[in-house]
Design a protein around this ligand. Structure first.
Ligand code: GDG
Length: 470
């Protein structure tokens, strides 16, 4: 195994198995964002290959060294489905679902984090930069620092960081804060997330914080400054623009409209089927608008793509039942032979189909109850090369900090959500254009490459500064 000067550590490797047992690159923003950096810096990526099973040797894919971390069936159940997706995920999304605290899950989480840290320590060259990703690996920064004090360590948290009143429920709150503080820079989606983190550190560990700097006492009696700051993630905007410009994608958008019976307005929701996304609130508001007669199925259709997610976790199984009951009721009450109220799709689609849907949709509904960023909101905006369409955006999604020209909503306020949907459906083209242009400028200027550049530049600067402090 060659040692690397730049190492990404993430729960998943950036590849999936293809049909013939080979590897193909997985879709997704992080993979695209890091590709140029990986290539330039002879990078390595440490992660789980996605299926439980035995050891795999490191291998090179597309010029990047991939270092697989094996997870057993038990690891997947306890560390991934348990601690990551049934404890941290609900706790960090404001306990929308009840987090479960199980000591055996935590023990597995510690054990698996150690395995990731060891793999990273082994592949990183002297003085390398290591970038740890997300809530599955919150202990890795400190474990790595202990093993390899020569490394520069960054961490990015893709989901929200909750208020202290909620975070303090966590039986292992102290270990998690200390784990994260092993990093030189701890990145969050929103300024508020970084603030919640700093507050938790002050309350729980009694460390001093100044602006975004956190003073971390060291075993030798000195202090080290870790930075906790917001770095809002983004998308590969240009690739969405190029896809939206393709004649076949535009033809597909027209075909989608046609096959829905050419309704006057198409509303769209695209989410992983997750209780954080506010799919039920959206359906409730829409169903009531049909019931009130403010909307009619002759005029509007709601397309809801709910891509399958975490299907072995109980809360997700229950959510799916609830959503499908609601959809069934709305369709049963309001469909006609020619028109459908909700076209519900519990499926995953290729990127081209998503962009065609974005182009076909007059109104995009992002009603998350809590969301780190919500990339779908940015993807919709990027795809609207015609400067038309309306984004209805929850203030509880990180994207709301940047996308101020969207129609901002509180998804808990069903009355307000209904009014916003009506306003979106009725919005004159000129106002759509004014708003969409501002939104598009933001995602063009702030794409995912800018995100990773800014993070890595901050990380580099913090290390230089730390070095000069001696
Ligand atoms: C986490 C945070 C944060 C969905 N269905 C299909 C499909 N997708 C794509 C979307 C989008 C991605 O998946 C989902 O990203 P989101 O940001 O909306 O949400 P999470 O999955 O919860 O992501 C989130 C993100 O990390 C990044 O930091 O923004 O807040 O929760 O790209 O388009 N893509 C395709 N077919 C589908 O059926 N091709």
């Amino acid at each position: 195994m060659d040692r690397a000067g730049f190492v990404v550590v993430a729960n998943r490797l950036p590849v999936d198995r293809d049909e013939v047992g080979g590897w193909r690159r997985s879709p997704g923003g992080l993979v695209t964002a890091l590709e140029p950096v990986m290539r330039e810096a002879d990078g390595a990526w440490v992660g789980w290959p996605g299926q439980a099973g035995g050891e795999l040797d490191p291998f090179v894919f597309d010029g990047t060294q991939l270092v697989p971390v094996a997870l057993s069936d038990e690891d997947v159940e306890l560390y991934y489905e348990g601690m990551s997706n049934d404890t941290f995920w609900p706790l960090y999304h404001d306990v929308i679902a009840a987090p479960r605290y199980h000591r055996v899950w935590w023990d597995a989480y510690v054990r698996v984090n150690r395995r990731f840290a060891e793999a990273a320590a082994e592949v990183a060259s002297e003085g390398a930069t290591v970038w740890v990703q997300d809530y599955q690996l919150q202990l890795v920064p400190q474990m790595l620092r202990e093993a390899r004090p020569d490394l520069t360590i960054g961490y990015f948290h893709h989901i929200p960081f909750p208020a202290y009143g909620l975070f303090s429920q966590l039986p292992w709150r102290r270990q998690v804060l200390e784990g994260l503080l092993g990093a030189d820079v701890i990145g969050f989606q929103r300024v508020a997330d970084a603030g919640n983190f700093a507050r938790a550190v002050r309350r729980q560990l009694r460390y001093v914080t100044r602006a975004s700097g956190i003073h971390v006492p060291q075993p030798d009696g000195t202090t080290r400054v870790a930075l906790a700051k917001a770095f809002p993630i983004s998308i590969d905007t240009q690739s969405y623009i190029e896809m939206a410009e393709r004649p076949d994608v535009q033809a597909r958008a027209a075909e989608i409209r046609e096959s829905l019976g050419n309704p006057r307005k198409i509303l769209l929701g695209v989410d992983r089927l997750d209780y954080t996304k506010g799919i039920r609130h959206r359906l409730k508001a829409y169903g009531e608008l049909l019931e009130d007669g403010r909307l009619s199925v002759e005029d509007v259709t709601l397309v809801q793509v709910a891509s399958p997610s975490r299907e072995r976790v109980a809360a997700y199984i229950q959510l799916r039942d609830e959503i499908e009951l609601m959809v069934g009721r709305i369709d049963g009450d309001f469909d006609t032979m020619d028109h459908v109220a909700v076209r519900y799709l519990h499926q995953a689609y290729p990127r081209e189909e998503m962009v065609a849907l974005f182009l076909a949709a007059d109104v995009m509904l992002v009603t998350a109850l809590r969301d780190g960023m919500n990339l779908v909101a940015k993807e919709y905006v990027a795809s609207r090369i015609d400067n038309r369409g309306v984004l209805v955006l929850s203030e509880f999604a990180g994207a709301a900090d940047e996308l101020g020209s969207a129609l901002r909503i509180n998804p808990h306020d069903i009355g307000g959500l209904k009014d916003a949907i009506m306003r979106a459906v009725e919005m004159p083209a000129a106002e759509q254009g004014r708003r969409m242009r501002v939104l598009r400028r933001r995602v063009r200027e702030h794409d995912v490459a800018a995100w990773s550049r800014t993070f890595l530049a901050t990380l580099e600067a913090s290390r230089r500064w730390q070095g000069s402090r001696g």
